[in-house]
Write a protein of this length. Structure first.
Length: 95
């Protein structure tokens, strides 16, 4: 029998939440400072900013949603759009 320490699991969960918050802060900062540019590949975008909260295919392009992980309704949201070849087209920030 393997015993799992619940405090270790809670610590790991908190570390993941903190990582997601840092990634979202970086995304917002890069947008505000004009560092995010169209043309970056989806794979590279995800390497930098992490996995999205939601991903949907629509109208021949892919939409990724980013927000703070625990702020479901009050969080700013960033919608990021990639073309069918996986290149960043545009983004939209919702407050």
């Amino acid at each position: 029998m393997v015993w799992i320490n619940p405090f270790d699991e809670m610590r790991r969960m908190q570390q993941e939440i903190d990582r997601q918050c840092r990634n979202f802060d970086l995304l917002l900062k890069d947008i505000q400072e004009g560092h995010l540019k169209p043309g970056i590949q989806r794979k590279e975008f995800i390497r930098i900013y992490g996995e999205p909260i939601l991903e949907e295919e629509m109208d021949g392009r892919t939409e990724l949603l980013y927000r703070y992980p625990l702020e479901f309704f009050a969080s700013q949201k960033v919608y990021v759009y990639f073309d069918k070849n996986g290149y960043l087209l545009e983004w939209r920030v919702e407050i």
